[in-house]
Write a new protein. Sequence first.
Length: 148
Amino acid sequence: MSGTTLAGLDADIARFVPQGDAAAAAARLLALAERVLEQWVVARGEVPTNAEREGFRLLALHRQGAQDEPGFNACRETCREIAYHYNLLLHEPTHVEAARRQAMMALLVRHLSLFVSGRLEVARLGDFCCASRPRRTAAEDDVRPGVS
């Protein structure tokens, strides 16, 4: 993993390709997801926790990041889905669906990264799920039909 910023992490996520060692792929994707949430926690001026919640540091980082930020709870289910796919890949690494599960886990980690980066740009992004309405509305304001 080379990313130390959200942009670098996003590039690492984009380069992910499902591999034969599903358990190793799951561990790599979980680590990327944790690093994404670490960026959020650090941006809030806090030190990322090393604790676990329900067996996952990712869920503890989410809980830390959501403290006093109710809108951040919008990505809670994404974090739980990442943990679910991690468990699937860890416990059934040779399953016929292993490559598809890796790809889905990578999409979930990407979704988390986009949510966090958007949230850092627009404070209220995601107050109603992962909608990017504040960003979309601003972009629509800049675009006028018939004007080029």
